[in-house]
Design a binder for this molecule. Sequence first.
Ligand code: PEP
Length: 269
Amino acid sequence: MANMSTGSAKSLRRPLIAGNWKMNLGLKDSVDLVRQLVDGAPAGGSGPEIMVAPPFTALTVVAELLKGKSIKLGAQNMHPEASGAFTGEVSPSQLLDVGCSHVILGHSERRRMFGDTDAFIKKKLQAAVKLKLVPVLCIGETLEERESNRTFRVLETQIKGALEGFAPTDLAQLVVAYEPVWAIGTGKTATPDQAQQAHAFVRQQLKGLYGEGWAQSVRILYGGSVTPENVDELMSQPDVDGALVGGASLKPVGFLRIINFKAGTKASA
Ligand code: PEP
C-alpha cells in the first residue's frame, strides 16, 4: 500500500478513548469497573474524552455513577426505528432516556454475526444523528481482504455506504473507528504504519465527500487489540485520534494507562 499523509491537523482534534465492554460484566462488576475509572480518570475532564459502552443491561446503573462526571456513556448498537414490533431491539430515544450520548454502529461483530449491512448501518446513522447521539461508525477489512490488497476498496465501500447523502452539518459529531477485523480480539495489532495508512485513506475519503475542513475535524479511532503496551505508538500517528478498546477496557488499571497514553513516544519493550 502506498504511504500516505494527509497533512493532518491532529492538534485540533480532542482524542477519544472508548471502551467497548461487549457482552461482558454483570451489574456488580460493571459498577466496580466504572467506579475505578471515575476515580482514576484525569481530574476535571482534562486529557482525552473518555467513553464507555457497557451492555444494555448495565446502562442505567453505569449512567447513575457517571452523573456529573466527564466520562461519557455509549451503547454498543441500536435499531434505527423509533419504536414498534422489533423484539429484542433498543431504539435511539431509549438510549437517550438512559443517559447515552454515544452509540457504536457497524461493529464488525454486528456485521459478521448479525447481518448488519452498510445500508442498515446508514439507517442507524440517520436515526442517531437525528437525535444528536454521537455515532462511532466502525469500518475495517478482514484478513483475506487485506491479503488480497482490497483494504482500501473495502474501507471506501463501507464509508460511502454509510455516509453518502448526509450533509456535513448532520454529521457534525461523527467519529469513525478503523478496526481491522483480523486485529479484533486476536492480540494481533495493526502496526502503527498500517494504522496510519488506513486512517489517512479514511480521511481522504471524508475529504472527497465533504471537503478538507470537515475531514480534518472528524476523529478517527483505531481499534484492534489496543493495549497499554502499544497505545503510545499508535497514538503518535498523525491521523490516529483515539482508540476503541475491547478486551483491555475491562481491566481498570490497563484502561486507565491507555487513557493516559503518551503520544510521541516509542513503545516500551
Ligand atoms: C472491539 O471490540 O472494538 C475491539 C477493538 O476489541 P479488542 O480491543 O479486544 O481487539
